[in-house]
Ligand binder design. Structure first.
Ligand code: GDP
Length: 421
């Protein structure tokens, strides 16, 4: 059908290039729109599979029919989807302050996050709590200012509040076009082009166009501010900025490096409810958030000798994984969700639960998509998946190769088993 399907879905899960994996969470103050943003992400990424369509800058139907709008929702510890050539694993991150332990647990297994803010409410006390938790775990972040269609929404005020209240080095990489009910899209400050959403009787039409003339000056001003902020963080970049030889790819690369080092937060905006600017947000996930390869090795201890052990996200290293959530599923039974830090795990094999000192059977390996499950033969370093068959595993346990035992550093989480209907 399309090259997108050929690029990822048809390819075997286990052959996927780990550099193209993004393990992300979506974090937000309650009511900022986390659920709506997640649903839209699953819709647009799912649409690529169903219709075999990818946006390349031409007019694309963006209409979200009612019946599809309902029923697409994140229902799992981790949901896997595809955007362009990347596999995005979305880890369910509770947003409510009461679930601090759960939030911290999910922060432990994700590599990056989208922080969603309400364009009207801005940085609220709860967003501060979650933000500082993410700081503690050094989670690289991009920010999405949602609800720009609402009365009173102010993109720039939210950027300002992020700087003041969160001490974030936050800078727009897009600026909004139109305000409130007239919000129609954004200017991308890197490519200097506009993403526009026009509503007609058929729904919402999405297109990439030149910057509307009345926004050119403003866009130049913000682009300059962005490039100056990046120059302050990177001398080489500064030199090239002065020489005027910067390309969009250079800008994206330096943003990515500074997001990963925690020195920079790119800010995007849109309206999830009105289906505006979710595609540029997905592009930003693939451009700026790290792959498992970009992060330092994970640290643990040999439970026998007490020696420090480091594991890198390579399939040829001995297997090591952390159980981060247990769900009771009416069909599959107990599913233990794991983050694999090194090596590979095979369906039908046994692994060693180093935390409990027992062997565990791996009857099935499951990858959960928005609307279906996939049985896979093998999963490897950098991935997240569900394991069926393990009896003793509880949240926080380390699974490993018995010959190369390791207990990964983990939070002490007392874990109730959560049932899902
Ligand atoms: P959550 O609590 O963060 O998961 O927020 P939800 O996604 O449930 O959204 C909270 C409310 O805000 C719901 O009534 C949504 O319909 C609404 N909402 C979400 N995104 C937008 C948006 O972009 N614009 C407007 N006007 N409302 C939105």
């Amino acid at each position: 059908m399309s090259k997108v399907i050929a690029n990822n879905k048809a390819e075997k899960f286990e052959d996927f290039d780990i550099a193209k994996v993004r393990n992300i969470g979506i974090m937000a103050h309650i009511d900022a729109g986390k659920t709506t943003v997640t649903e839209r992400i699953l819709y647009y990424t799912g649409k690529i599979h169903r219709i075999g369509e990818v946006h390349e800058g031409t007019a694309t139907m963006d209409f979200l029919p009612q019946e599809q709008e309902r029923g697409i929702t994140i229902s799992s510890a981790v949901t896997t989807c595809f955007w362009r050539d990347c596999r995005i694993n979305i880890i369910d991150t509770p947003g409510h302050v009461d679930f601090t332990v759960e939030v911290e647990r999910s922060l432990r297994v994700l590599d990056g996050a989208i922080a969603v803010f309400c364009g009207v409410g801005g940085v609220e006390p709860q967003s501060e709590t979650v933000w500082h938790q993410a700081d503690r775990y050094k989670v690289p972040r991009i920010a999405f200012v949602n609800k720009l269609d609402r009365i009173g929404a102010d993109f720039y005020a939210v950027v300002d509040a992020m700087r003041k209240k969160l001490s974030a080095n936050a800078h727009p990489v897009q600026i909004p076009i139109g305000r409130e009910a007239d919000f129609v899209g954004v200017v991308d400050l890197i490519e200097m082009r506009a993403y526009l959403y026009d509503v007609d009787e058929e729904g919402i039409q999405y297109r990439v166009s030149d910057i509307p003339s009345e926004y050119i000056e403003e866009a130049r001003k913000w682009r300059e501010a962005l490039l100056e902020a990046l120059s302050e963080l990177d001398e080489q970049f500064m030199e090239r900025y002065f020489e005027d030889t910067i390309t969009p790819e250079d800008i994206r690369q330096v943003i990515r490096a500074k997001v990963i080092s925690g020195e920079f937060v790119p800010v995007l905006g849109g309206s999830a409810l009105k289906n505006k600017c979710i595609q540029p947000l997905l592009d930003a996930v693939t451009w700026y958030l790290p792959s498992p390869l970009d992060l330092p090795p994970v640290v643990g201890k040999n439970p026998v000798t007490g020696e420090k052990v480091e594991r890198r996200p390579l399939p040829e290293e001995p297997f090591a994984a952390l159980v981060f959530k247990i769900l009771m599923d009416p069909h599959a039974g107990k599913i233990s969700f794991i983050r694999i830090y090194s090596g590979t795990i095979k369906s039908g094999s046994y692994v060693f639960n180093a935390s409990k000192g027992v062997k565990e059977r791996v009857s099935r390996l499951l990858v959960i998509h928005a609307n279906h499950r996939e049985d896979v033969a093998e999963a490897k370093a950098g991935d997240l998946c569900g394991v069926v068959g393990m009896r003793s595993a509880t949240t926080g346990d380390t699974l490993c190769d018995e010959e190369h035992p390791v207990v990964l550093e983990s939070l002490a989480f007392p874990e109730p088993v959560i049932s899902v209907a």
